[in-house]
Design a protein around this ligand. Structure first.
Ligand code: SF4
Length: 220
C-alpha cells in the first residue's frame, strides 16, 4: 500500500475491512498514513479490554512507549495507574490509546535524547481513523481525553481542558465524554507540593468517571 503523502494525509487506506481490535492492531503496524512512522520505532496501538467501559485517550506514545510498543508504560503511565487505582477504576475496565499512534520527536540539542514534539494538526487528523475504529469496536461508556491534544482531536480545536476539565461534555462519540489533564503534566510540576495537588485533582476527575460507572454498572 503506497504511503499517503498528498495534501491530505490519512490512515484510512490502511484500515482493515473487518474491524476488531486484533485486526486493527495488526493493520496499524503497516500504517504510513502520515510521515511520523518514518522516525518512530514502531506503531503503538491501543490496548485493553475489547469491550472496555472506559477508554482513555492520550496524545501520542512517548520515548519509552515507542521502544516498548505499548501505550502508557513510561513515567506518565505509572501516574495514570496510581490515579486509576486511587479513583477506584479497575484496569480491566479500561482501554488505553493515543490520538496519534507514532512517537513524534525532535533530537535534543546535546546528547542522544529524543524530545517529545507535539504532533501537528495534520498528523492528528491523519491518525483519527484509527481512533474512530477503536471507539467503534470497544464502544466505551465513557471516553476520557487526557490532555489538550486528545481533547481537541475529539471535542474540537477550541476546546479548553483547563476551563472544562472534569465535566461530561455532550458528544456523539460515547454516552459520556470527559477531558482532564495528561498525567505527564503532573510530572512537570515545579515542586512536590504542586505535584501532589495536581495528582489529587487528576484523581478527583477520574473519581467522577468511577462514580458514573457505578451508576451504570452494566453499560455496554
Ligand atoms: S501517526 Fe497514525 S496516521 Fe501517522 S503513520 Fe502513524 S499510525 Fe499512521
Amino acid at each position: 500500500m503506497p504511503p499517503a503523502k498528498d495534501n491530505f494525509p490519512t490512515a484510512l487506506p490502511f484500515l482493515p475491512s473487518k474491524l476488531n481490535i486484533r485486526n486493527l492492531q495488526a493493520a496499524a503496524r503497516q500504517c504510513k498514513g502520515c510521515d511520523l512512522w518514518e522516525r518512530a520505532t514502531q506503531t503503538v496501538f491501543g490496548e485493553g479490554a475489547s469491550r472496555a467501559r472506559v477508554m482513555l485517550v492520550g496524545e501520542q506514545p512517548g520515548d519509552k512507549e515507542d521502544i516498548a510498543g505499548h501505550p502508557f508504560v513510561g513515567p506518565a503511565g505509572k501516574i495514570l495507574d496510581e490515579a486509576l487505582a486511587a479513583a477506584g477504576i479497575e484496569r480491566g475496565d479500561v482501554y488505553v490509546t493515543n490520538a496519534v499512534k507514532h512517537f513524534s520527536w525532535t533530537p535534543a540539542e546535546r546528547g542522544k535524547r529524543r524530545i517529545h514534539k507535539k504532533p501537528r494538526y495534520s498528523e492528528i487528523r491523519a491518525c483519527r481513523p484509527w481512533l474512530e475504529a477503536e471507539i467503534a469496536v470497544t464502544r466505551p461508556h465513557v471516553i476520557v481525553c487526557l490532555g489538550a491534544t486528545a481533547a481537541q482531536a475529539l471535542l474540537g480545536s477550541d476546546f479548553s481542558v483547563m476551563r472544562r476539565r472534569g465535566q461530561f461534555i455532550p458528544s456523539s462519540l460515547a454516552p459520556r465524554v470527559m477531558a482532564t489533564v495528561h498525567p505527564s503534566s503532573i510530572l512537570r510540576a515545579l515542586d512536590e507540593p504542586s505535584r501532589h495537588e495536581q495528582k489529587e485533582a487528576f484523581i478527583r476527575d477520574l473519581a467522577i468517571v468511577a462514580h458514573e460507572m457505578r451508576r451504570v454498572p452494566h453499560a455496554a
